[in-house]
Design a protein around this ligand. Structure first.
Ligand SMILES: Cc1cc2nc3c(=O)[nH]c(=O)nc-3n(C[C@H](O)[C@H](O)[C@H](O)COP(=O)(O)OP(=O)(O)OC[C@H]3O[C@@H](n4cnc5c(N)ncnc54)[C@H](O)[C@@H]3O)c2cc1C
Length: 357
C-alpha cells in the first residue's frame, strides 16, 4: 500500500543532517505507485520535491509540500555483446552499491566514481563525475514519470542535455520528471584512467602504496575509495554535501590574473570537461579553463575554517561540514561569507553545486 506520511522528519535524508520537516512524504517502490499517487494527489498543482538520498540537497527550512522519494530497486542485465553489457538500474539503488556490483564483475566505466554518496536516480540529474570519469559516458537512457501528463517518458542522452554537474533535469524540468530507472552501458574492456591528480595526491600515488601495474578496475576503485575517505569527512556521521560550490570557468586572461595571486592554482582545459550545450558565449571557446575553487579558497584562508557549528574540511576548503545541531541559516550565512570572500579576492562569483530548496 502506498503510504503518505505527514510531518515527516528529513534529518536522515538531507546532506547537512538538518532537523527539517516535510509536510508530506511518500516513498515510491514500484513504477505503478506513481500512477496511484497521481490519483490521490494532484501533483500538477501541489508543491512537491523529488528527493533521492539527499546528499546534494540543502533545505532552507521545513518543506511545505510533498516529498517524493523514488526508491525503486533492482539491477537487471538487458543485453551483452563482445565488448559491453547493458544494465537497467532502479533509481533507488545506492550508487556505490552499483559501482561495487560493476567492479565485482570486472566491468569498466564507473570505477573512478566509487564512493560518491547518493542514489542511481540522482546520477543523471547531477551528471556525477570524479577522478576523470563522467556519468554521462556510461549513460544510455532513462525512464521517468511525467507528473504533468501522467505518463512514463523515456529520455535518451541528447534529451538529458548533460553538462558539468548539470542536466536538463537540474536546469529546466523543475521536478516534472520522476526518474524511475536508468540504463547504463559498461565496458568489458577496462579503460583504466589514472590521470587524475591534485594538490592532495593523485590516483597513481595512491596505487603505488599498495599495488603495481597492470591495474584493473578493482584496484582503481580501491585507490579512489582510499583518497575519498581521506579527503571527505565521514558522511554518515557529519553533515556534508561534498563540494559545496562548482569549479568556475574562466578565460585564459583571467587565469593569468589569478595566477599572480595564487601561483600554481590547478586548472583543467574545458575540452576535457563537459560543458553546457548552450548559447553561453564563453563556453563555446576553448580558450576557457575550469579552475579549482577549493585551491583558491585555501589560498584565502578557508581551509579548515570554523564559525559556530559550521566549518570547511581541514582537507579540502570546498567541502562544508555541519557539526552537531546546525540550522539552515548557519550554513547559508557561512557559505555566503565564502562566496563574498572569493568574489572580493578573485572577482568571481561562486555558484553552489548543492540544490538549495
Ligand atoms: C562526501 C560527498 C562527496 C561527494 N562527491 C561527489 C563527487 O565526487 N562527484 C559528484 O558528482 N558529486 C559528489 N557529491 C554529491 C552527491 O553525492 C551527488 O550529487 C549524488 O548524485 C547525490 O545523490 P542523492 O540521491 O543524494 O541526490 P539528492 O540530493 O537526493 O538529489 C539531488 C538532485 O537530484 C534530484 N533527484 C534525485 N533523485 C531523483 C529522481 N529519481 N528523479 C528525478 N530527480 C531526482 C533532486 O530533486 C535534486 O535536484 C558528493 C557528496 C558528498 C556528501
Amino acid at each position: 500500500m502506498l503510504r503518505i506520511f505527514k510531518k515527516y522528519n528529513l534529518k536522515k535524508q538531507n546532506a547537512f543532517k538538518l532537523d527539517v520537516i516535510a509536510e508530506y512524504f511518500v516513498s515510491v517502490t514500484q513504477k505503478k505507485d506513481l500512477k496511484k499517487l497521481a490519483k490521490r494527489i494532484d501533483l500538477k498543482t501541489n508543491k512537491h520535491f523529488i528527493l533521492g538520498s539527499g546528499f546534494n540537497t540543502l533545505f532552507t527550512g521545513n518543506f511545505n509540500g510533498l516529498i517524493i522519494h523514488p526508491n525503486i530497486g533492482g539491477i537487471v542485465k538487458l543485453k551483452e555483446n563482445k565488448s559491453h553489457v547493458w544494465f537497467k538500474v532502479g533509481a533507488g539503488v545506492d550508487w556505490t552499491n552499483f559501482v561495487k556490483f560493476a567492479v565485482s564483475k570486472n566491468l569498466s566505466g564507473i570505477e573512478n566514481l566509487n564512493l560518491i554518496p547518493g542514489s542511481v536516480g540522482a546520477a543523471p540529474v547531477q551528471n556525477i563525475a570524479a577522478y576523470g570519469q563522467n556519468f554521462e559516458d556510461v549513460f544510455v537512457s532513462l525512464t521517468s514519470y511525467d507528473i504533468i501528463e501522467n505518463k512514463f517518458v523515456k529520455f535518451n542522452k541528447s534529451k538529458c542535455k548533460f553538462a558539468y554537474r548539470d542536466s536538463f533535469f537540474k536546469r529546466e524540468s523543475n521536478g516534472r520528471y520522476v526518474i524511475i530507472d536508468v540504463t547504463i552501458k559498461l565496458s568489458k574492456i577496462a579503460n583504466i584512467d589514472t590521470s587524475y591528480h591534485s594538490r592532495y595526491g593523485g590516483i597513481v600515488d595512491e596505487l603505488n602504496k599498495f599495488t603495481k601495474p597492470p591495474y584493473n578496475v578493482s584496484v582503481i576503485a580501491k585507490a579512489v575509495g582510499r583518497i575519498r575517505r581521506r579527503k571527505f569527512p565521514n558522511w554518515n556521521k557529519f553533515g556534508t554535501a561534498g563540494s559545496f560550490f562548482l569549479n568556475p570557468f574562466v578565460s585564459k586572461e583571467k587565469l593569468s590574473e589569478i595566477q599572480k595571486i595564487a601561483p600554481g592554482v590547478q586548472f583543467y582545459p574545458i575540452e576535457k570537461t563537459t560543458y553546457p550545450p548552450t548559447d553561453d558565449h564563453y563556453l563555446k571557446h576553448s580558450s576557457y579553463v575550469k579552475i579549482a575553487a577549493g585551491w583558491l579558497l585555501e589560498e584565502i584562508g578557508w581551509r579548515g575554517k570554523r564559525i559556530g557549528n559550521v566549518s570547511t574540511s581541514p582537507n579540502q576548503a570546498l567541502v562544508v561540514i555541519s557539526h552537531g545541531k546546525t540550522s539552515p541559516n548557519e550554513i547559508l550565512s557561512f557559505t555566503k561569507r565564502m562566496q563574498d570572500d572569493f568574489e572580493k579576492a578573485y572577482g568571481i562569483k561562486l555558484e553552489p553545486e548543492v540544490n538549495i530548496i
